[in-house]
Structure formats: structure tokens, C-alpha cells
Unconditional design. Structure first.
Length: 146
């Protein structure tokens, strides 16, 4: 049980890190495209600030939002795993991807068609976030349950 909690928290950290850094990177790319000065110091500072800020402030901290999504997805995957012969890493990878897909697809519906996650404003951004969820799910599914 403790190993499952530890694996879940690490997969949550993986997903949150990938989501936040992607969002920060897309914002910095946009700033650079309008000729704003973006150097290594700005990149590192923005990444560090966003990793703390996006997880502790705001109406929906990224950590909490991803926590709920992955928790529901992994519990559902565990129930499916009882009756399925799909290998657990792949099943949990699909669950993690589905969790992030649900987050990026449902948030605009709840907020007047606004993408609150800047990295999810394009189709490629949404795809990246789904892959981030799949990576986190694969990590969780790769760790023994006992």
C-alpha cells in the first residue's frame, strides 16, 4: 500500500512537472516571437517561479487538478485490471493519458470556452499534455502493487 502511494505521488509529480514546464515554455516561446528578450536566466527563473506558483496559487492549482484526475483514472484502471488481461503499465498509461485529456477537454467547457492551461491552446499542446499523462501513468503501472 505504501509503495502504491509513493508511486502515485511520484507519477503525480512527473505529470505536474511536465504540464507546468510545458505551459511555461509555450508562454516563453510566445514572448520571444514578439521580440521580448528571453535568455537562460529568464527561462530558469520562469520555470522555478511557475513550478511553485502554479501549484500553490490560483483557483485551481495544477497539482490538485492533476491529483484528482489521476486518482479517478487510476482507480478506474485498477477496476478494469481485475477483469482485463492488458498489461498494467499500458493500462495505467492509457488511464493517465485519459485523465489529462479529460482535464484539457473539460476545463474549457467549464470556463466559457477558455483554455486555462496555456500549453493546451493548440492541438499539439493538448497532445503533449496527454503524452505527459501517459508517461506518468506508465510510471505508476510499472511499479509493483505489492
Amino acid at each position: 500500500m505504501i509503495k502504491q502511494i509513493q508511486a502515485f505521488l511520484i507519477s503525480l509529480i512527473i505529470a505536474t512537472f511536465l504540464v507546468v514546464t510545458h505551459t511555461t515554455a509555450t508562454n516563453l516561446i510566445w514572448l520571444q516571437s514578439i521580440n521580448m528578450p528571453v535568455d537562460l536566466q529568464v527561462i530558469l527563473s520562469a520555470m522555478a517561479t511557475d513550478l511553485v506558483g502554479m501549484n500553490s496559487r490560483g483557483a485551481f492549482p495544477a497539482f490538485g487538478l492533476i491529483f484528482v484526475g489521476l486518482l479517478i483514472a487510476f482507480i478506474t484502471a485498477r477496476i478494469i485490471a481485475i477483469w482485463s488481461s492488458i498489461r498494467k503499465p499500458y493500462l495505467y498509461a492509457l488511464a493517465g493519458g485519459a485523465a489529462l485529456l479529460a482535464i484539457v477537454a473539460l476545463m474549457p467547457l467549464a470556463f466559457y470556452n477558455l483554455d486555462l492551461i496555456a500549453g493546451a491552446r493548440t492541438l499539439s499542446g493538448k497532445a503533449y499534455l496527454v503524452v505527459a499523462g501517459m508517461i506518468a501513468g506508465y510510471y505508476f503501472g510499472s511499479h509493483p502493487q505489492k
